[in-house]
Design a protein around this ligand. Structure first.
Ligand code: NAP
Length: 266
């Protein structure tokens, strides 16, 4: 029996990069997946195609997750389609970079809305559905699982990206507080903080040799991460194999958070 057999997952931002990798990994582990996207329908179709080619099941749902009404519609449609939701992966995220003194209020707000507030809107809808349905023992020991995609920049400051780093630091405490509050309802909440993973969001940092060399100086394990590295962790956090894991942020970063600059005596 696959670890997520019969379970229903919503993955936000599943049309590209980490979200796409996570959606495919959850489907391979047996979950039926709501593939959310905002603008890239082709990317969402690619995700669905790969899920189906691997014998899995899913459907595509457009929604801007920074909009609470769109989030409600996405949950309603998923429940209509598959009956319930067991797993939420809050993955959607953007970067809009600028030096602090030049960052517009809009660019500050947009990144906070998409990267942080969306996790509040989606988690609230998910928790309501988990509590409505309760535990179904054949599927999982928990009433539901929420996985928040954060970043190593929840603890590593990042000049020129203050909106992004602040949103990610917010997710660190959001996940812990939600985990504390919802534990008695048997809802598990954890976060994943990726280091550098090869996706569109950071293409300039790994695409050419010179940029990759520079990036590798920050990664003790000496390789750039792949979306599959994150997908495997998401499957584990969504499954009963991690049933006693609550409120944790797992750093999947090849050691990026180990202060590599101090390796040779600082
Ligand atoms: P990506 O390839 O650019 O993918 C971002 C995804 O988010 C896309 O599917 C995009 O959908 C979706 N999205 C953006 N705004 C949205 C909105 N308002 N509503 C719904 N979906 C929205 O980036 P990625 O690297 O996979 O990033 C995924 C997550 O991992 C982000 O939270 C990011 O901060 C985090 N992360 C990434 C890295 C890394 O090294 N790649 C490291 C740490 C953390 P559309 O394209 O359809 O608009």
């Amino acid at each position: 029996m696959k670890p997520l057999q019969q379970q229903i997952a919503i993955v936000t931002g599943a049309s590209s990069g980490i979200g796409q990798g996570v959606a495919i990994a959850l489907a391979k582990a047996g979950a039926k997946v709501c593939i959310n996207y905002r603008s890239s329908e082709d990317g969402a179709k690619k995700t669905l195609k790969e899920i189906e080619q691997n014998g899995g099941e899913g459907f595509i749902q457009q929604a801007d997750v920074s909009q609470p009404e769109a989030v409600k519609t996405m949950f309603r449609n998923t429940v209509e389609q598959y009956g319930t939701v067991d797993i939420l992966v809050n993955n959607a995220g953007i970067q809009v970079d600028a030096p602090f003194l030049e960052m517009s209020h809009d660019d500050w707000q947009k990144v906070i809305d998409v990267n942080l507030s969306s996790q509040f809107y989606c988690s609230q809808e998910a928790a309501k559905e988990f509590i409505r349905r309760g535990i179904v023992e054949e599927r999982s020991k928990a009433a539901g699982k929420i996985i928040c995609m954060s970043s190593v920049h929840d603890i590593i400051p990042w000049a020129g990206h203050i909106n992004y780093a602040t949103a990610k630091a917010g997710i660190l405490m959001f996940a812990k507080t939600l985990a504390q509050e919802l534990a008695e309802k048997k809802i598990r909440v954890n976060a994943i903080s990726p280091g550098a993973i090869k996706t569109d969001i950071n293409r300039d940092a790994w695409e050419d040799d010179a940029s990759r060399e520079k990036l590798l100086q920050l990664i003790p394990y000496q390789r750039v991460g792949e979306v599959e590295d994150i997908g495997k962790a998401a499957v584990w956090l969504a499954s009963d194999d991690s049933d006693y894991v609550q409120g944790q942020t797992i750093y999947i970063d090849g050691g990026m958070t180990l202060y590599p600059g101090f390796k040779d005596n600082g």
